[in-house]
Ligand binder design. Structure first.
Ligand code: GDP
Ligand code: MG
Length: 327
């Protein structure tokens, strides 16, 4: 029986996934239980939700509570979490070394990386948390990898254009994701979604694009991968890296909005990063809850605005807008 989960349910599930503490987790779980359609097809899911709520309440957020599976955890930070999956030696660890302050071990032999290593990567002023993982194409998959992959906002599938096993790697990675019940295909409408499947955003990249034969391998991969974009990158020459970061930001649907105080120039160093579709009130809320409550109007600068034009709280903001808030 299809579960017919509603958009409200998926919103709450998203909040659960992104929750930073138990209080937020509980709130989201209660909302999931409230909004889940009550019928035979969702009985197991309802039972799971009740169990999780009970566990969280019992654990009370203390250490040793039954609230989490074992295995290394990655504390979320940045505007979104990008998890790297791929075969060995495709440059996953080196990507973090080159683009973040994290220092996972980089070596020309497989299985150097044993724990998830997070690092913040600046993607045109949007801080993204990249998480380096061990390769997923080996015989042995560490059990915690599953949970980290399913918790990602976006999977960066980094293949190795320097290897003749490129196509086997691609197929193996897709098989592992299928085994995790993760899909990186465009999600079907909510009522047709499988409740056990995680529909994640995905971006494909081909690493070591400077290595001899990489161009031919990329052409073959593009034929096999059907319709999907693949960004070739080289960490040796940096070719393709800015384009890859832009593709990730575009796929995440994140926008940048800048704040400005009256009589002062805008602060263009640190944007507020929000999902596309956010309103003026959402931006205010990201700054301070109270500001959002008191807000009467804002002045806006940007491509679509007359300079300093006053706009209401419900106006949908665009990437690059500058806002000055008035209460
Ligand atoms: N030529 C070249 N070598 C690379 C590139 N990226 C990574 N490497 C090298 O490939 C090897 C494996 O890299 P590593 O980041 O440890 O791969 P991982 O197993 O995917 O984490 C190391 O010797 C890297 O220096 C690249 O773009 N070009
Ligand atoms: Mg590695």
């Amino acid at each position: 029986m299809p579960a017919n989960l509603t958009p409200q349910y998926f919103d709450a599930e998203e909040r659960y996934r992104k929750a930073r503490d138990d209080e937020e987790r509980l709130e989201a779980l209660r909302e999931m239980l409230k909004t889940i359609p009550k019928h035979k097809g969702t009985e197991k899911l309802q039972a799971d939700l009740k169990k999780k709520i009970a566990e969280l309440r019992a654990g009370g957020g203390k250490k040793g509570g039954a609230r989490r599976a074992s295995g290394p955890q990655v504390e979320r930070s940045g505007a979104a979490q990008v998890v790297l999956v791929g075969p060995p030696n495709s440059g996953k660890s080196r990507l973090l070394v080159e683009l973040s302050a994290a220092r996972p071990e980089v070596a020309p032999w497989p299985f150097t990386t044993r724990t998830p290593t997070p690092g913040i990567v600046d993607a045109d002023k949007i801080p993204l948390q990249f998480v380096d993982l061990p390769p997923v194409t080996g015989e042995w998959l560490e059990p915690w990898i599953h949970e980290i992959v399913r918790g990602a906002d976006l999977l960066l599938v980094l293949l190795d254009l320097g290897s003749d096993e490129l196509l086997e790697h691609f197929e193996k990675v897709m098989a592992v994701l299928a085994g995790f019940h993760v899909s990186v295909d465009p999600p079907p409408p909510p009522e047709e979604r499988d409740p056990g499947t995680r529909y994640l955003k995905g971006v494909f990249a081909g690493g070591r694009a400077d290595v001899e034969g990489a161009g031919e391998r990329l052409a073959i991969l593009r034929e096999v991968i059907g319709g999907r974009e693949v960004s070739p990158i080289s960490l040796e020459t940096r070719a393709g890296v800015p384009e890859l970061l832009r593709a990730i930001v575009r796929t995440l649907d994140l926008i940048r909005v800048y704040g400005k105080e009256p009589g002062k120039p805008p602060d263009l160093r640190e944007p507020f990063v929000l999902p596309r579709g956010s309103t003026v009130a959402d931006v205010a809320r990201a700054i301070h809850k109270e500001l959002a409550e008191k807000l009467r109007f804002a002045r806006a600068w940007g491509e679509r605005h007359h300079d300093g034009q006053s706009v209401g709280r419900d106006l949908v903001v665009e990437d690059g807008d500058i806002l000055e808030f008035h209460d």
